[in-house]
Structure formats: C-alpha cells, structure tokens
Write a protein that binds this ligand. Sequence first.
Ligand SMILES: *[C@@H]1O[C@H](CO)[C@@H](O)[C@H](O)[C@H]1NC(C)=O
Ligand SMILES: *[C@@H]1O[C@H](CO)[C@@H](O)[C@H](O)[C@H]1NC(C)=O
Length: 200
Amino acid sequence: MNTMNTHHFLTPCFFLLLSFHALTSSATTAEQEGTSDFVRPIDRKLLGLHKKEKLSHFKFYWHDILSGRSPTSVPIVPPAYKNSTTFFGAISMIDNPLTLGPSLSSKLVGRAQGFYGSASQSELSALMAMNFAFIEGKYNGSTITILGRNPVFNKVREMPVIGGSGLFRFARGYAEARTNWFDLKSGDAVVEYNVYVFHY
Ligand SMILES: *[C@@H]1O[C@H](CO)[C@@H](O)[C@H](O)[C@H]1NC(C)=O
Ligand SMILES: *[C@@H]1O[C@H](CO)[C@@H](O)[C@H](O)[C@H]1NC(C)=O
C-alpha cells in the first residue's frame, strides 16, 4: 500500500522533471542558435526583398478644407491657452483629399488621414501625423506614413516618411510640402506634396 502511494506520487513528478529538463535544454539550444518561437532570422526572399529597392517620386495636392458643409479637417482639441497666438495644443483630425492637380475637381489619388497639432509656442508650426492612403492604380490600398514638423509659413517644409504598408513596406524617405493656395479667412489650404520614397 505504501509503495503504491509513493509510486503514484513519484511518477507525475518524474515526468514533470523530465519535461522541464526537455524545455530548458531546447530553449538553451534555440538561444545558442539565435532562434526561438519568439524571433528567428529569415531569408529576405521570403518577403520579396531580394529585388532591387526602387526610388519613386510622387506628386499630388493635399486639400485642407475647414469651411463649408463637409470640412475634411475638424478641430478635436482646443488650444491649451485662449491667448496663445500660435494655437499651441490645438489638434485637428483630417481626412483630406489628395488630387493629381491643384484643383479639388482633378483626379483623386488618395486621402491623407491622421491629425496635426500645433506644437510650437513661438511660431505657427504643426506636428503632422498622417497616412497617405492611395487609391490610384497598383497603389490602391497601399499607404505611406508621415511623421514630421511643419512650420506652415515656411516656403518648403520637409517631413520624414517613417514607413508604409502594401507596396510601401519598409519604405523610407521624405516629403516636401509647399503651400499652393491659402485662404486666411476660412483657413482652407491647398498644399503641394512631393514625396521621395525608397520602396521595393
Ligand atoms: C496667457 O494667459 C495665461 C493665463 O491663462 C497667462 O499666464 C499668460 O501670461 C498669458 N500669456 C500671454 C502671452 O498673454
Ligand atoms: C481600390 O480597391 C478597393 C478594394 O479592393 C476597390 O473596391 C476599389 O474599387 C479600388 N479603387 C480603384 C480606384 O481602383
């Protein structure tokens, strides 16, 4: 009776110890080889990255529409101080049309979705965080992500391309923004964007 009990007790312990040993030894081997379930090196061919990286220049116009019945740029956070001359702290959410030409009626190639916020206490300068979501040709469904500083009254503002999706996986580059048209009264603006991007 006594031996039986000891036996029943020891058996699961033995298997626990065995499997624990198996786990630790396989983890050690994986670490030594630099592989594990969490992370492992893979061949770049598996992601189609063995092809030569391309450099492309995209040009389009960004329409910031604040006025009218269907604005595409909507204030979501008021400035931090009522007396701030730079609207510091104000944030607007955008879903701005991107068109081939400066006219809103020209061909729609995508939308700029994201937000911009007033990020300077001494000048009018925005933090831009947006995705260019394209609908044109083979780029339909692919996106380019911009995160950068936009001192809006400078002639040319440069903002980094920090990544992308679809045809823009592993993208990097920069965008140049130039104001094409600005209405001081409504705040509506058309901005020319030239985007230089490395992608596969
Ligand atoms: C703005 O108002 C705040 C208080 O709300 C005050 O502390 C600050 O000095 C004011 N700034 C200017 C530039 O008037
Ligand atoms: C883009 O792709 C979507 C979804 O696949 C499709 O519904 C739409 O018609 C396409 N647009 C253009 C302009 O090809």
